[in-house]
Structures are given as C-alpha cells and as structure tokens.
Design a protein around this ligand. Structure first.
Ligand code: SF4
Length: 67
C-alpha cells in the first residue's frame, strides 16, 4: 500500500501528520505538500486505520491509499 497526495489539492495544513500518528505529513513530502513516512508499516492495521482516518479528515480530500 502507498499513500498518494494530490499536490494540487493539499494546502499544507499538516493535520494528517497528527491524525495518522506520523504515518504521513508535510515533512515527508516535496514542496511543502504532505507525503508518506518511508517508515510507515502498512502491515500494521493500526497504521492503516490511522491513515484512513487522515483520508477522511483531510480538509481538501487530497489523500488516497493505493494497493
Ligand atoms: S491534511 Fe490534507 S491538506 Fe492538510 S497537509 Fe495533509 S494532505 Fe495536505
């Protein structure tokens, strides 16, 4: 699985870092846009659940999860 952030939608609010408990965030992306933490472990269902919560709460719906 990997996190895809649409850079045209992301407003760099960094809410996803808190909500995903560090599985993603602005500091992991390019050009001040959110990206995936390279250490995020998608075999851990807690991590996946946190990312799904970030997807739901992103104010601009910029995040997707791909298999
Ligand atoms: S919550 Fe959404 S808009 Fe905010 S930094 Fe994360 S991906 Fe970007």
């Amino acid at each position: 699985m990997k996190i895809i952030v649409d850079p045209d939608k992301c407003i760099s609010c960094n809410m996803c870092e808190d909500v995903s408990d560090g599985a993603m965030g602005v500091k992991f992306g390019k050009n001040d846009k959110a990206g995936q933490n390279p250490e995020a472990d998608f075999t851990d269902r807690v991590v996946v659940a946190n990312v799904k919560l970030a997807i739901e709460t992103c104010p601009t719906q910029a995040i997707k999860l791909e298999d």
